[in-house]
Design a protein around this ligand. Structure first.
Ligand SMILES: Cc1ncc(C[n+]2csc(CCOP(=O)(O)OP(=O)(O)O)c2C)c(N)n1
Length: 463
């Protein structure tokens, strides 16, 4: 087991003697929570589980020779960064999950206020600064906002904080932020220089580094660059047109959620198109309030993660925005919710497809919708090009019935006019509720920069 978990965990322990257990537990929690947080696995063989340890105590201190996270940034590197900010004409902040892990939102907002530097925030960082902040340009990358991507293309100083230059953000590395000097602040030295050459590396905890940086920089007034980025933000708005559609648009459902929940709400997503619509259209207000599986995004993450959030914060509303594919990965947990009274509000954006894969088949594989239609049945043509008017296959699983069979309330909206009432009823109902929204099947997430391409190859999508 420890061999299996080692490559996918931050650390893996195999307890061989019961006497080791207190030290291992103490170390495991320390490793999991410190530095760059990550899972630690403790493998307990059955003889250890059955053994008894008398008079145990946890060690008071921890000393791990090979693990000493460097919290304090090097003052000379911080000085270099402050100098670069002074000299830059077109600086840009590129921030991510590290800001949230480090609890550095307040410090980051102070940095924004003092410097007026525009900011882009990755999927894992959403909420570290509220979307409503005047300097926020949006999420960057493959499904990011145009303004955020144009800013990455044109900046002359990129201040990357708690990010990892993920390929979904950078696209083609040969053209990414080509005009910029790059500074990278991260607690994990292995992240620095991993994907991109960095001019000013700063190894340290994000919060500590920003705190040290703040007194070293002068107030910076908005300039032409601010006006330019603001112009892009106003010109390239995220849009959808529910009025023009008789089918429910997924973006509209997310927008309606915005109007009905308070700022304490925790949004949890699965993986797919719905994840991108939640990231783009939800009004993120606070850190640690948007849980999503980034990187190797795993379908089925949403419901269990939402259950964990609901158990940790029983007074906060927890909404799991899921796809009809993802929800079925761990749908058995509906019973766990019912038995343990775990209140998760599940919003399924049901497009009858593994939508994100279908979108790629649509754009890059000549609409060869292979194995992505979830209502596929025996009469389906081998190379279906999408649901024709007479599609005979309506074997879509009835999610409302599945919810009810597990002792959970199920609601469904088919027409746009039903979206708001269903959400209102679902959100005010106590306990777990599954709300199914039958959305337009072939809607795509735009804008989109195809994998490995440059920002100027962006596909804007239809009006
Ligand atoms: C466990 C797992 N299998 C496969 C994938 C690849 N994948 C990414 S998105 C996606 C489709 C998700 O479909 P759905 O949950 O219905 O969401 P939609 O894209 O339709 O919103 C798939 C298959 C994945 N991310 N995780």
């Amino acid at each position: 087991m420890s061999g299996l978990t080692r490559p996918i965990c931050k650390h893996s322990y195999l307890v061989q003697k019961i006497e080791e257990l207190p030290r291992i537990i103490k170390e495991a929690f320390y490793i999991a929570r410190s530095g760059k947080p990550g899972p630690v696995s403790i493998d307990l063989p059955v003889d250890v589980v059955n053994a008894t340890l008398k008079n145990y105590s946890y060690p008071k201190t921890i000393s791990l020779a090979s693990y000493k996270p460097n919290v304090k940034g090097n003052p000379r590197q911080i000085e270099k960064l402050s100098q670069a900010i002074k000299e830059a004409k077109r600086p840009l902040l590129y921030t991510g999950g590290g800001v949230i892990s480090s609890g550095a939102s307040n410090e980051l907002i102070k940095l924004l206020e003092k410097t007026n530097i525009p900011i882009v925030i990755t999927l894992m960082g959403l909420g570290c600064v509220p979307n409503s902040h005047r300097l926020f340009l949006g999420m960057p990358g493959m499904h990011g906002r145009v303004a955020a991507n144009y800013a990455l293309m044109e900046c002359d100083l990129l201040i990357a904080i708690g990010v990892r230059f993920d390929d979904r953000v950078t696209g083609n590395l040969n053209t990414f932020a080509k005009k910029a000097k790059i500074a990278h602040v991260d607690i994990d030295p292995a992240e620095i220089g991993k994907n991109i050459k960095v001019d000013i590396p700063v190894v340290g905890d994000v919060k500590s580094v920003i705190k040290d940086l703040l007194p070293k920089i002068d107030k910076r007034e908005p300039n032409d660059w601010n006006r330019k980025t603001e112009e892009w933000r106003k010109k390239y708005k995220l849009k959808y047109n529910q009025q023009k559609n008789d089918k429910i648009l997924p973006q509209y459902v997310v927008d309606c959620i915005n109007n009905l929940v308070d700022s304490n709400t925790i949004i949890v997503t699965d993986v797919g198109q719905h994840q991108m619509w939640a990231a783009l259209f939800y009004h993120h207000k606070k850190p640690r309030s948007f849980l999503s599986s980034g990187g190797l995004g795993t379908m089925g993450f949403g419901l269990p993660a939402a259950m964990g959030a609901a158990m940790a914060y029983p007074k906060r509303t927890v909404v799991n925005i899921a796809g009809d594919g993802s929800i079925q990965m761990n749908i058995q947990e509906l019973a766990t919710c019912a038995i343990n009274k775990i209140a998760v509000k599940i919003v399924v954006l049901n497009n009858s497809y593994l939508g994100m894969v279908r979108q790629w088949q649509d754009i890059f594989w000549k609409k060869n919708y292979s194995k992505t239609c979830l209502k596929q049945g025996p009469d389906c043509p081998e190379n279906c090009r999408g649901p024709g008017k007479d599609c005979p296959n309506i074997y879509r699983p009835d999610l409302v019935k599945i919810a009810e069979a597990n002792g959970i309330k199920g609601l469904r909206a088919i027409k746009p006019s039903e979206v708001d009432p269903v959400l209102k009823e679902g959100l005010k109902t106590e306990g777990t509720v599954l709300m199914e929204f039958i959305v337009k099947e072939l809607e795509n997430v735009y804008p989109m920069i195809p994998a490995g391409k440059s920002i100027n190859e962006i596909i804007m999508g239809e009006e």
